[in-house]
Design a protein around this ligand. Structure first.
Ligand SMILES: [Zn+2]
Ligand SMILES: [Zn+2]
Length: 277
């Protein structure tokens, strides 16, 4: 047996070592012969300069664009009326009569300005700034509310002429900071202090407290020339749009910065200024 292996091994060795046979041709006549050339240049001589590699930032995926504070950037789309035809009728029993309210179907536009859907930009800017500063999601519970949805969701008499109907009010809370609306108010104040648009304009950078407000909120509302801020405790300001257990903030626009006019509710602006489909 051992002899047999020795034979096999020596056969293999012979087969491997005798595989290349050298012919009598000169070296450069062999097919595949390659000849190197010396490079004659000095060490710092170049035909062309090789640019240094530059770091390039990774391109964003589509879903990574338009992100503020780790959350989708707030646009006017976030302000759409929360009305839905799935909501049941809302029956209100008064002394004299039974009133029935039906929610809107949500099939309508935002308020219009110059033919385009419009929400006062200060509201959008403020909410995005809050998202950027807190790295938390701003949850809009009520942006635009068409007259039908408003009548359905909120029967409070003092809200009859709500600016939600003209795209000049927003109700929201901040996810993760639900119970600290006061901290959010500080971000709003800082927004006015830091934005160059309001530089040296004390009527915007300084907030006043509303003392003779008709609302009986525990926290007095605050205002500057442009906005009016209300804080609702977890027991206050509940309506169909705010059925969550958190305090929330409502911001109204008082003054149109760009058009330099006062922003007020009007029947025409609320009822006749949006498209139904
Ligand atoms: Zn609606
Ligand atoms: Zn409201």
């Amino acid at each position: 047996m051992e002899r047999f292996f020795k034979k096999v091994l020596s056969f293999l060795a012979w087969a491997v070592l005798s595989a290349c046979s050298s012919s009598d041709l000169p070296l450069d006549a062999h097919p595949g012969y390659q000849k190197g050339e010396y490079i004659y240049r000095v060490h710092d001589e170049y035909l062309f300069a090789i640019p240094l590699p530059e770091g390039v930032e990774a391109q964003l995926y589509p879903w990574e664009k338009n992100v503020i504070g780790g959350c989708p950037k707030i646009t006017k789309e976030f302000f759409r009326c929360k009305g839905s035809s799935l909501n049941p009728e809302h029956v209100v029993q008064t002394e004299k009569e039974t009133k029935r309210f039906y929610d809107c179907s949500g099939k309508h536009s935002l308020p219009l300005r110059e033919g385009e859907e419009f929400i006062y930009p200060i509201l959008i800017d403020l909410l995005n700034d809050i998202q950027a500063k807190t790295n938390s999601k701003v949850v809009i519970t009520c942006g635009h509310s068409c007259p039908d949805h408003h009548a359905y969701s909120d029967q409070t008499p003092e809200n009859r002429y709500s600016k939600h109907m003209i795209g000049a009010e927003v109700a929201f809370y901040v996810q993760g900071m639900e119970n600290n609306p006061q901290a959010i108010i500080e971000f709003v104040k800082n927004f006015y202090k830091n934005d160059s648009k309001y530089l040296n304009k004390s009527e915007y950078t300084e907030f006043k407290t509303e003392e003779k407000s008709t609302s009986n909120l525990a926290k007095r509302p605050l205002y500057n020339k442009e906005i009016y801020i209300k804080i609702f405790k977890e027991t206050e300001g509940r309506n169909f749009d705010n059925r969550h257990p958190y305090p929330y903030i409502a911001i109204q626009v008082r003054h149109d910065f760009d058009q330099k006019v006062k922003v007020t509710y009007s029947w025409n602006a609320a009822y006749r200024n949006y498209l139904r489909w």
